[in-house]
Design a protein around this ligand. Structure first.
Ligand code: ADP
Ligand code: ZN
Length: 822
């Protein structure tokens, strides 16, 4: 009878573990955890030789058919009493994991705030045999010594805290003892969940005794107004010392108790006056109504809100969010890492007050956990955050807004899962049946194509609010500068004069150098020729150490020409100067002006970014030098000049999206100059002023740019005309890495050979080639690029490739779907 019962009450958990594996694993659930066995909880499980924190994704009453029951391992700890991941987020992360070839467990981990992490600790515990050995304690070996030490501690200790005097390898010693049965080593989870923050508050007890002094009377008077007060507030308000309060507590006049406080990243904005919504313009109203209509009909629909900076997009977001909240729903707004400015948070707080939660990477782990809990409980109904906020567990989510939808920071490029925040937002909205609103002045080419084809609904804001004009953009032809000086110049006379003029009028300048670390190209300073791959229409990358040019898509390699193939000139050189040099040069040119630099190097420390920005905002700096970090999102009314030094390194990145990025950059800096009453100026230095992205950028004409760009994309067969998948091979040993890359490429080619090269069914295989970062952290990196008309085809090829690899080989292969940085 008991046996039957055990069988009937058997439960099994399907667990996703955060390790480089694609499947889930089934574990037996010990009886003592049955009461809380629900999907969405975290558990501790043995996994191979490790112990991991996994996520329960399903509960089954039957064991998996293909595994003998006694092979199933058991869950060792059940961490959450109630699920912390709801069904919607489980399903969403599952989809994301499958789509991006990422482990589900790692995707779930990325979806949860880091402050919730569980730390697994190893404990050494004395066994009965061990206790006996201590009691008999004859020999004086190190083992005996350790056992005695453990016994003195009460029989257990953290493995890591065994003192060094037990030898250089105390862990090994403990493992030896375990083998002999004297100790056992167990793994226990401890919640690193950043401890709840507490403060002391005072309140009035039910029966108040009469105060004995005027000071005490003041205290009670203060407390009668509001129910509770923190000790410091109360002491200040009643003008008494904290000692008086403690005395009063002792006498029972007041009660003092600890209270959990929320770590509120927006606390400093709490007292802002609230704003009333602005009266929308006709175009704004049209956009707002279209979104609301989809909402009211419970329909999934993707909108593109297309309008230049200052055309009132944010106001439309706010109006739509407000309507959704009034109707009982909640709304999620995503913004790029850098675009998430205090200004935007301020506007949201002013409109929605305590309903707002913020999720973003510069919050402390504690703040993030607190915000996440408020979202999960339904207390926060307007969430603004960066990429990973797309997984925020909002209750009754009815609208998603993606601001600056074209921004590259929406794509997770380091580490699994390589998901795209915007695309995930669209998917999430489609599953929920609600509208998603993408906003941009310079939509991604794919997005705009979808709007043209009718897949997305395009909403246009054609004018800046108040008819403020866009700044004038001028190109400086650096070929002429080179000719004039017979040398390359960092800062042209034109830019130098403009800076001097601007600062003389007490206005401010931003100087931007758009250069991403590693890529340099081979350029003719006389005619602007740039060495390109004959097959891929991207620039060749110059490798300085070994002096050659190579294509990072297909692997084509040539020595760099000394004379320019077009003009026969001898001005050929690589370009790649950095912001640090630029800062130095500007200090030489303008010794009396105050200059600061903003880039990844100067903003490493927490708060550095805000400090530099603050100095600039308050006018204590004249010139701000930086990478495109300075171009985004901020509103400095006193900036009337933006200089872009060498747009070329960016334009000639070995990346087919380079022209798009540069167009976006120019549009963005134009949005920065002249936000106040005075008109702004933008000066762009370039060796290729005739490039279509620059010409269109000057006119600030997105459609002209798109018309050219889409032709390029079609001809060279790039998205949106094909889907991309990148197979990267990383290996500590170059030759082995290369051999594996070649094997994989060969297999993929053989697979696709059967179909005709350009038929819709085809998958094109490029490479293997060196990755743009050919060596990173001691690993050699090769890549194979797959281009397929439909995503499905590349997936099918990959799904046949993966089983061909051994487990060891598989560990070196990293797949990225829809890569944006190639
Ligand atoms: P975007 O998000 O496109 O850059 P914003 O929504 O920030 O544009 O609007 C730019 C400026 O115009 C803001 O200062 C905003 O307060 C103001 N604004 C927006 N819409 C209106 C409106 N309907 N009436 C008056 N001012 C508006
Ligand atoms: Zn090539």
């Amino acid at each position: 009878m008991p046996e039957v019962e055990t069988l009937q009450s058997d439960l099994f958990a399907e667990v996703a573990v955060p390790a480089a594996v694609t499947s889930t694993y089934t574990y037996r659930i010990p009886l003592m955890f049955h009461a809380q066995a629900e999907p969405g909880c975290r558990v501790v499980v043995p996994f191979g030789r490790q112990t991991l924190v996994g996520y329960v994704v399903a509960i089954h009453e039957q064991p998996p058919p293909d595994l003998p029951l006694h092979d199933l391992k058991a869950i060792t700890h059940w961490i959450d009493e109630t699920p912390i991941i709801n069904a919607e987020i489980l399903a969403l992360t599952r989809w994301v994991a499958d789509y991006y070839y990422a482990p589900w467990g790692e995707t779930l981990k990325a979806a949860l705030p880091a402050g919730l992490d569980i730390v697994l600790e190893e404990w050494v515990v004395l066994t009965d045999a061990g206790r006996q050995a201590v009691a008999q304690g004859t020999s004086r070996s190190r083992e005996q010594h350790l056992l005695a030490w453990l016994a003195k501690l009460g029989g257990e200790s953290l493995l890591d805290s065994i003192p060094k005097d037990f030898g250089t390898k105390p862990r090994q010693l403990a493992r030896d003892l375990e083998r002999d049965g004297f100790v056992s080593i167990t793994v226990r989870p401890s919640e690193s969940r950043v401890r709840a923050k507490q403060r002391l508050v005072a309140r009035l007890p039910n029966h108040t005794a009469t105060p004995a002094s005027p000071a005490q009377a003041r205290v009670i008077h203060c407390l009668l107004e509001t129910q509770t007060k923190t000790l410091t507030d109360l002491a200040r308000q009643a003008q008494v010392s904290p000692a008086v309060l403690r005395q009063m507590a002792k006498k029972g006049l007041i009660e003092i108790s600890p209270e959990t406080v929320r770590r509120d990243p927006l606390a400093h904005l709490a007292d802002l006056p609230s704003t009333t919504p602005l009266e929308l313009t006709a175009e704004q109203r049209q956009a707002y109504e279209a979104v609301l209509d989809a909402h009211d009909r419970g329909r999934f629909q993707t909108f593109l809100l297309h309008g230049v900076t200052g055309s009132g997009k944010t106001e439309v977001y706010l109006a739509a969010i407000s309507a959704v909240v009034e109707r009982g729903g909640s709304a999620l707004m995503l913004a790029p890492e850098i675009g998430l400015t205090p200004m935007l948070s301020r506007r949201l707080i002013q409109r929605f007050g305590p309903l707002v939660a913020l999720l973003h990477s510069s919050l402390s782990p504690g703040e993030r956990v607190d915000e996440w809990e408020r979202i999960r409980s339904g207390a926060a109904r307007v969430v603004i955050g960066t990429r990973s906020a797309v997984f925020a567990p909002l209750v009754n989510l009815r609208l998603i807004v993606v601001d600056e939808e074209h921004d590259a920071s929406y794509k997770q490029s380091e580490g699994a899962p390589h998901y795209h925040g915007r695309d995930t937002a669209i998917l999430r909205a489609s599953r929920l049946g609600c509208p998603v609103l993408l906003g941009s002045a310079t939509p991604a080419v794919e997005t705009f194509q979808n709007a043209l084809s009718g897949k997305y609904t395009r909403l246009v804001l054609s004018q800046r609010i108040g008819n403020r004009t866009l700044p004038e953009v001028t190109l400086v032809d650096m070929r002429k500068v080179f000719e004039r000086h017979h040398a390359a110049r960092f800062v042209s006379d034109e830019l130098q004069t403009a800076i001097a003029e601007t600062c003389a009028q007490g206005e401010q300048v931003m100087v931007l150098l758009n250069r991403r670390g590693f890529a340099s190209c081979w350029l003719c300073r006389e005619c602007g020729f740039v060495a390109e791959c004959p097959q891929c229409s991207v620039t060749l990358t110059y490798h300085r150490a070994d002096h050659y040019l190579t294509c990072h898509y297909c692997g084509y390699t040539v020595p760099p020409p000394r004379r320019c193939p077009t003009c026969r000139g001898e001005g050929m050189a690589y370009i790649g100067e950095g912001t640090e040099q630029l800062e130095t040069r500007l200090r030489e040119l303008f010794p009396t002006l105050s200059i600061a630099r903003l880039d990844r190097d100067t903003t490493r420390r927490r708060g550095a970014f805000e400090r530099i920005f603050n100095d600039f905002a308050t006018g204590s700096l004249d010139i701000l030098v930086g990478t495109q970090m300075i171009a985004k999102g901020h509103d400095f009314p006193n900036v009337t000049l933006v200089g872009v030094v060498s747009v070329d390194a960016g334009l000639m990145m070995p990346d087919f999206r380079a022209p798009e990025r540069i167009f976006q950059l120019i549009a963005q800096v134009s949005g920065r100059a002249g936000r106040g009453d005075r008109p702004g100026r933008v000066i762009v230095q370039t060796y290729r002023p005739e490039h279509y992205a620059l010409a269109a950028g000057c006119q600030q004409d997105y459609e002209a740019f798109f018309a050219q760009e889409i032709i390029q994309r079609r001809e060279a067969y790039y998205p949106p005309f094909c889907a991309l998948a990148n197979v990267m091979i990383r290996h500590e040993r170059e030759l082995e890495g290369q051999a594996l890359a070649e094997k994989a490429a060969c297999y993929l080619r053989a697979l696709t050979k059967a179909s005709a090269r350009w038929s819709p069914e085809s998958v094109r295989v490029l490479g293997p080639a060196l990755a743009p970062l050919a060596r990173l952290r001691g690993e050699y990196r090769f890549q194979i690029l797959l281009k397929s008309r439909q995503r499905r085809q590349a997936r099918q090829a990959l799904e046949r490739l993966l089983p061909e690899l051994t487990d060891t080989e598989r560990r070196h292969v990293f797949i990225e779907i829809d890569p944006i940085d190639l």
